[in-house]
Write a protein that binds this ligand. Structure first.
Ligand code: IYR
Length: 222
């Protein structure tokens, strides 16, 4: 049955005002970086909840919202997650990742040690839900990868706008997260996101970004 329809409108803005807002947002988002050196300064739970609430507004296939966020500040769980991640990462860096991949990561300077998994005040595990039980029927979700990617993007942006640093961390494989954080058989770990303040002496690599001209085509190819 079609849902009831409600009015939708946006605030009227001049094009100049739109430009101003876009430029301000670009300046702000240019300042977002993946953070690997966190402070242990705590972040109140309600602030994480607010960021997840923003993520939860993301569009999703058939509006199924095929995501679940598990926010962890329990130090025992964080230690377990770090230990399990480092076991997988050590195997990956030493044996699983081909030379080409290791080379691609050289400018970023990552290795198998993941102290941030214990230091960051919060680890947010994003699960992707491929199917759910609905009144006794197993129903499939649509575009779950795209959907959970969108929600995760909203979450990263929310954290940055709030004033918190994040890292999109993908220890691989991530099955251990389901064992530790209790995801169901229909839930796949999608991403592990440490959230907190950058450490006082935090640095990030200077990395070039593609220009907008490089990533944007107008109409047909020229
Ligand atoms: N998961 C590893 C390797 C890694 C892979 C990519 I692609 C990155 O952009 C960064 C790291 C790690 O977290 O170290």
């Amino acid at each position: 049955m079609p849902a009831e329809r409600i009015p939708y409108a946006l605030p009227h803005r001049t094009h100049d005002r739109m430009r101003e807002r876009a430029d301000a947002l670009l300046t702000e988002m240019n300042g977002r970086r993946s953070c690997r050196y966190f402070s242990d300064r705590p972040v109140p739970r309600d602030i994480i909840q607010r960021a997840v609430a923003v993520a939860n507004t993301a569009p999703s296939g058939a509006n199924r919202q095929p995501w679940r966020f598990v926010a962890v500040d329990d130090s025992v769980m964080k230690r377990e997650i770090r230990a399990a991640a480092e076991i997988e990462e050590r195997e990956s860096y030493d044996h699983r990742m081909p030379a080409e991949w290791l080379e691609a990561l050289e400018p970023i300077g990552t290795d198998a040690n993941k102290p941030f998994l214990e230091i960051a005040p919060w680890l947010v595990i994003v699960f992707r839900i491929d199917w759910e039980w609905h009144k006794g029927d197993r129903v499939k979700n649509y575009y779950p990868i795209e959907s959970v990617g969108l929600a995760t993007g909203f979450f990263l942006m929310a954290c940055h706008q709030i004033g918190l640093a994040t890292l999109t961390h993908t220890p691989s494989p991530m099955g251990f997260l389901r064992d530790i954080a209790g995801g169901g058989p229909n839930e796949k770990p999608f991403l592990l996101i440490p959230v907190g303040y950058p450490a006082d002496d935090c640095t990030v690599p200077r990395l070039p970004k593609k220009t907008v001209e490089q990533v944007l085509q107008w109409n047909r190819p020229t």
